[in-house]
Design a protein around this ligand. Structure first.
Ligand code: SF4
Length: 299
């Protein structure tokens, strides 16, 4: 395959992958929703969960997006230094989003800030958003796509706490925000928390925490314990599916951290909704792909 053919294959895979993500939940999110549905016995909670599963079935049957808000497209790229298209990934991803917008179809969600104009193809200044990680000595690329819907982005926030507020301050910050705005994000929620020394690092880590598989834990046992405690506490609030009360509030709580400045504790918060459209694909140097988040999916 020459460079031109490689490029065309890569764009085609990424366009189909992005459109597919709008129509099918990843395996872990689907399994968690099933688990939470089984724990409910009130009429209202079971009706809402059953409506979600009906929605997923209809989306699959009709080959349509599972939510009308297909979000702003964000890619988290882990690219090997020897991946043949490393110089062209950004250009290819912009083209892939334009094609996915037609293929999906995806709602037009890119509004240029100072022109107040919708671009009509989900591509705009710095959108699709691309986050880069360089992987030495590798010839493959792994790419997460995340569809950042309006409702699920709305509770997002970040702040630098005074050091004396401690990690208790982090917990208070999270609970205040979820009890004030969580309902906007179509619960049950996936809660991503970033803890760091400055606000932009904490905010970015909170979004990266949403990329982790549900059921995974922070690599530090104390971090994992804090995740479990916050999850248990948020579930005590019983926000329920759609915010209409139920046995649980969240699908999970994920924390990612970076070593902080001694005098600051920055905390970032991002939320994912029940329709948590996050997918992971691996593409090798021969442009062969594997969808890691959706086992066996063929694009
Ligand atoms: S919060 Fe999620 S499920 Fe609700 S409208 Fe937005 S994208 Fe759709």
């Amino acid at each position: 395959m020459n460079k031109k053919e490689q490029r065309e294959k890569f764009i085609d895979i990424m366009a189909k992958f992005t459109a597919y993500t709008g129509k099918h939940l990843p395996d872990d999110v689907y399994a968690k929703l099933k688990e939470l549905r089984e724990k409910e016995d009130t009429t209202i909670a079971t009706i809402i969960y059953d409506a979600m599963f009906e929605d997923l079935k209809v989306a699959d049957d009709l080959d349509r997006p599972l939510c009308q808000d297909t979000g702003v497209i964000q890619y988290f790229v882990q690219v090997g230094t020897k991946f043949p298209l490393i110089d062209e990934i950004e250009d290819c991803l912009r083209e892939a989003v334009k094609r996915a917008t037609i293929l999906g179809p995806l709602r037009h969600n890119a509004v240029e800030v100072f022109d107040e104009k919708n671009t009509g193809n989900n591509v705009g200044k710095r959108i699709p958003w691309i986050d880069w990680e360089i992987v030495p000595h590798s010839n493959e690329v792994k790419i997460y796509v995340y569809m950042a819907g309006g409702g699920c982005s709305l509770p997002g926030t970040a702040k630098v706490l005074m050091p004396l507020e401690g990690y208790e301050g982090v917990v208070k910050f999270v609970f205040d925000q979820i009890t004030s705005y969580g309902i906007n994000a179509c619960p049950p929620l996936l809660v991503g928390i970033g803890i760091a020394g400055s606000v932009e690092v904490a905010a970015k880590l909170s979004k990266k925490a949403l990329l982790r598989p549900i059921g995974s834990h922070n690599s530090n046992p104390r971090g994992a314990e804090l995740e479990s405690r916050i999850e248990a506490g948020l579930n005590e609030i019983k926000i329920g599916p759609g915010g209409l009360t139920g046995e649980n509030s969240v699908m999970g709580v994920h924390i990612e951290e970076a070593a902080r400045h001694p005098a600051t504790i920055a905390v970032g918060l991002s939320t994912g909704c029940w329709a948590h459209r996050r997918a992971l694909i691996k593409i090798d140097a021969d442009m062969e792909y594997e969808m890691i988040s959706h086992k066996g999916a063929i694009l």
